[in-house]
Write a protein that binds this ligand. Sequence first.
Ligand SMILES: Cc1cc2nc3c(=O)[nH]c(=O)nc-3n(C[C@H](O)[C@H](O)[C@H](O)COP(=O)(O)O)c2cc1C
Length: 352
Amino acid sequence: MTRMRLTTKPETEQPLPDIDMSTHLGALPLVNPILTASGCAAAGRELDQFFDITTIGGIVTKSVMQNPRSGRPTPRMAETPSGMLNSIGLQGPGVDSFIERDLAWLHERGATTVVSIAGGSVEEFAKVASKLRMATGVSGIEVNISCPNVESRGEVFACDPVAAAEVVSAVRRSTTPGVPVFVKLSPDVTDIVSVAHAVVEAGADGLSMINTTLGMVIDTDTMRPALAGITGGLSGPAIRPMAVRCVWQVHQAMPEVPILGMGGIRTGLDALEFILAGASAVSIGTVIFHDPSSPARIRDELARGVAERGFASLNDAIGYAHREPDVEIEHQGPAFVEFDEALEDTESSTDL
Ligand SMILES: Cc1cc2nc3c(=O)[nH]c(=O)nc-3n(C[C@H](O)[C@H](O)[C@H](O)COP(=O)(O)O)c2cc1C
């Protein structure tokens, strides 16, 4: 069997295609669709040593709360097949210090910054948002509703459409009207579309999905849970099909709502899956821990992937997987004949 070589040089040496990769998340314009995922790149300072952070769409900062927090006890990371489990908790300096140090640095550096906020009550979310209203350099707010509601026996906001909507209206009221508010959804619900509807009705300008899914590892030597916090959030390639499914379902139900997709993206083609499912941009998370340059690499791989598939721009690829089935391929007899021949060819070939 003759094999076709697509490239003769390593990908990184190939010239980048001349294709419009700009996009926007509602009112927020982005030079390209690659952002970092909250909690996986702090406030971008460390990443800037590996690549110029102003060359990606934006930085989504670690979720910040009202006061400084030390997070959950250690151990708080565990490896899993194709992923990792973390129970970092919302460790952070508190919003005042964040504004003074991290946000000021990001603004000076010229990065597009989406600030992720969290809270244990509707009031705390509103207070954090109000503080940010006074600050310079906030391009958007991402509301992390995967936190326990201290006023409701610890039930996670993201799992209750009513509580989630209350948080979103409070944040929307406390945020400058021109600054878009994105709400980050959890996959740990029976019907993600109903939560999406609730938060959009409450004023969300867009949706980020997905946050980690709840998991657990037991250490078979100690025969105890591997994490001090017992359960943790599962991330990485293991959750990618779940994340793509969530993006697909929400885009199908609400095609006009901008989506920032994430969950297990490691390559440009992984990112393309999310774009085809309906995301207008993607966030890069767990892969950054072992490849800090990955957001820049994925940006370039995605541009090549989009161009190689014949799209004139990234925009044309958004939601493309939702089109009607390609009838000419589905119903043409010869396509099946060719497929059978190709299969025989492969079976008899030793060139595998
Ligand atoms: C160590 C770690 C910390 C995280 N911290 C946050 C956080 O503070 N706020 C948040 O909304 N998501 C947080 N996440 C979730 C990620 O932003 C992302 O939604 C999730 O990991 C799925 O993407 P990935 O599989 O590419 O990592 C964290 C994930 C990891 C692995």
